[in-house]
Write a protein of this length. Structure first.
Ligand code: ACO
Length: 215
């Protein structure tokens, strides 16, 4: 049983699973022992990930060493305990294969958050991100009680734009020179969904469309 946290409804519950062509996908809180696999994937997949991620002061190799994970993980989990974030690992058939995060969670009259994700290259093309996003949306709108979830994506990121479109995200505009990514200030599309736009749930829409099955 997960004790509900009055400051942060919905955390630290796992979400799912649902089945897609790649296998069984679920979300669960990141943990300290993810460090080995996280580092291995992030170092091997640098060219797959770096074009879409914000720059950092520390270089890629150092930032993704196994020894960097404990402080990253505890920093994210501390944000989660304060009710500001939900940092999930995406599991495929029980194995860590990426991350999905709801961040900048605000309650009160805004009840909003951003959502972002990545999937190891080896496991792409089988519906993993689509399933993870649908589960993240349902969790955000239901357990976390959000009203709006937004995302930003580079116009050049065709796979991620497709993932967002499949979930029903609406384009709201182009944010000029929004984020420093891959060595320059890059334009990003702002996309969003409010709870009124979800019919029943994002996961059941995915199942109805034939892209996923209940586990
Ligand atoms: N052009 C158009 N569509 C494409 C392309 C392309 N070049 N490549 C793939 N696609 C489509 C696929 O056909 C599929 O759509 P379909 O189901 O209609 O056939 C869709 O993109 C991918 O769907 P999934 O299989 O659910 O996604 P996947 O598990 O492969 O993960 C992801 C996609 C997360 C974008 C992965 O490639 C990744 O991690 N990329 C690097 C990091 C990244 O870009 N993260 C997202 C940043 S933006 C954000 O977080 C809001």
């Amino acid at each position: 049983m997960f004790r509900s946290n009055a400051m942060h409804p919905g955390w630290p519950q796992p979400v799912g699973p649902i089945r897609v062509p790649a296998g069984l996908v679920r979300l669960r809180p990141i943990r300290l022992r993810d460090g080995g696999v996280w580092s291995r994937i992030r170092l091997a997949d640098r060219d797959h990930l770096e074009p879409w991620e914000p720059v950092a002061e520390v270089n890629w190799e150092l930032r993704h060493a196994v020894s960097s994970w404990p402080s990253i993980c505890s920093g994210l989990r501390s944000e989660a305990r304060k009710g500001r974030m939900l940092p999930y690992a995406i599991e495929l058939d029980g194995q860590f294969c990426g991350q999905l995060t709801l961040g900048n969670v605000t309650h009160g009259a805004l009840r909003s958050a951003w959502i972002g994700y990545w999937v190891a290259r080896e496991f792409t093309g089988g519906g993993v991100a689509t399933a993870a996003l649908a589960m993240g949306l349902d969790h955000g709108f239901q357990a976390v009680m959000l009203h709006r979830i937004e995302a930003t994506v580079r116009p050049e990121n065709a796979p991620s734009r497709r993932v967002l479109a499949k979930a029903g995200f609406r384009e709201e505009g182009l944010l000029k020179r929004y984020l420093e990514v891959d060595g320059a200030w890059r334009d990003h599309l702002l996309v969003a969904l409010t709870v009124e736009e979800i019919e029943t749930s994002a996961t059941s829409a995915l199942v109805r469309s034939g892209r996923a099955n209940w586990a």
